[in-house]
Ligand binder design. Structure first.
Ligand SMILES: NC(=O)c1ccc[n+]([C@@H]2O[C@H](COP(=O)([O-])OP(=O)(O)OC[C@H]3O[C@@H](n4cnc5c(N)ncnc54)[C@H](OP(=O)(O)O)[C@@H]3O)[C@@H](O)[C@H]2O)c1
Length: 355
């Protein structure tokens, strides 16, 4: 076995002055001890960049500690029989290259890491480890639960999803197609729209190029909207309400246009939800994790094997790139699909290209 690292490098929140802009982050080098009895040392392979983290950082994240995030990792040393070197796991660790797990083997949110061990026997053939943080992880389960469990789409209905080229949106539209629905997506810029169309969405548009969002949405949903999967909130939610059919269902997943201290929400027509009898259901992944995970894995794994769900990740390399990639993800400047940072070689066969 090669020598264990004696330091870890971590991206910390150094200031809270700039709304989680890249200027608020700093890279620190911190001493790292070898695992003691019951402890486990992880090499972190992929870090997740998620929109919710912006609000968390603005409020609660302690300064000068590694940013808490979902991370996919490989065990490189273990003094605990429950995890052996070479095992692959994911959990709430940090934006850091190595993590020393305590004897409880619980992550920073208190979840048992052993429950998130990746079992190669049940992992779709060729799927890279990055998928544990994307299509086979939190974004995939959130899209699946919000659409399948909450909206319950029926064949022939129109399903509209905002941020359709993002981590969740790309999956929502493809599940809608599998359910026999007409899938409509909006995204920022022609490249993202082309990607959404390439996934088989029936219609897609660039919301940034529209000077009348409500009119544009109406053109793309001539039969109205039966299901709106809301990732964005604000004016987009207003436009979806305006075009909703009677008894439409709106899974409210996120409202990224309203995140940040200065943001305001301009939903102007909530009263129409009464007349149209719209069901709006706010939900979080924690309503479905971990109970729904096995059924989700079976179903999504099958769809991936059959080529019915395709998935895009944008991956940048190295801790140095993490803060910039995070702020670019929030504003839509950063790539297509799920945004991740890669710190080490992917131990699974189907490694994906970095950009
Ligand atoms: N409820 C839950 O448990 C749960 C779990 C995961 C995520 N979420 C929420 O689900 C939503 C999507 O998450 P994700 O991980 O899939 O992120 P994502 O869509 O991959 O990334 C965020 C994207 O939002 C778009 N965006 C930013 N500001 C916008 C605005 N003002 N109007 C319209 N679009 C805007 C940008 O893409 P464009 O270039 O297209 O503008 C940006 O890249 C977020 O609101 C997130 O907070 C909720």
């Amino acid at each position: 076995m090669s020598a264990l690292p004696v330091t870890r490098r971590a991206v910390v929140l150094a200031a809270r002055a700039n709304e989680a802009s890249a200027a608020d982050f700093a890279l620190r080098e911190i001493p790292l001890s070898a695992p003691g009895p019951g402890e486990v040392l992880l090499e972190n392979v992929y870090l997740s960049l998620d929109p919710y983290m912006a609000a968390y950082m603005l409020g609660q994240h302690p300064l000068e500690t590694a940013i808490e995030a979902r991370v996919a990792s490989r065990v490189i040393a273990s003094e605990n029989a429950a995890l052996r070197p070479g095992d692959l796991v994911w959990g709430f660790f940090g934006w850091e290259d190595y993590t020393l797990l305590p004897t409880s083997l619980r992550d920073r949110k208190g979840y048992p890491v052993t429950a998130n061990k990746i079992d190669p026997a049940h992992w779709p053939k060729g799927a890279p480890l990055s998928n544990a943080l994307s299509v086979l992880g939190m974004p995939g389960l959130t899209a699946f639960a919000g659409l399948v469990d909450i909206a319950m789409p029926r064949p022939g209905e129109t399903v509209y999803v905002s941020s359709a080229a993002g981590a969740l949106g790309q999956i929502v539209g493809q599940i809608a197609r599998i359910a026999g629905c007409r899938a409509v997506g909006s995204a920022g810029g022609p490249e993202k729209v082309a990607f959404v169309e390439s996934l088989g969405f029936d219609s897609a548009f660039d919301y940034r190029a529209s000077d009348d969002l409500e009119a544009t949405l109406g053109e793309h949903c001539p039969d109205g909207i039966d299901v709106y999967f809301d990732n964005v909130g604000g004016a987009t939610l207003s436009a979806a309400i305006a075009h909703a059919n009677t008894h439409a269902r709106f899974p409210l997943c996120g409202m990224i246009s309203t995140y940040g201290a200065e943001a305001t929400s301009d939903v102007t027509n909530l009263f129409m939800t009464v007349r149209k009898r719209i069901t709006m259901t706010g939900f979080t992944i924690y309503d479905y994790y971990p109970e729904r995970m096995p059924a989700f894995h079976d179903t999504m794994g099958g769809w991936m094997r059959d080529g019915r769900v395709r998935y895009r990740e944008t991956i940048v390399d190295g801790l140095e790139a993490t803060a910039g990639a995070f702020t670019d993800m929030l504003t839509g400047r950063h790539g297509i699909g799920k945004c991740l940072v890669k710190l080490a070689a992917d131990p699974l066969a189907g490694d994906v290209d970095s950009v």
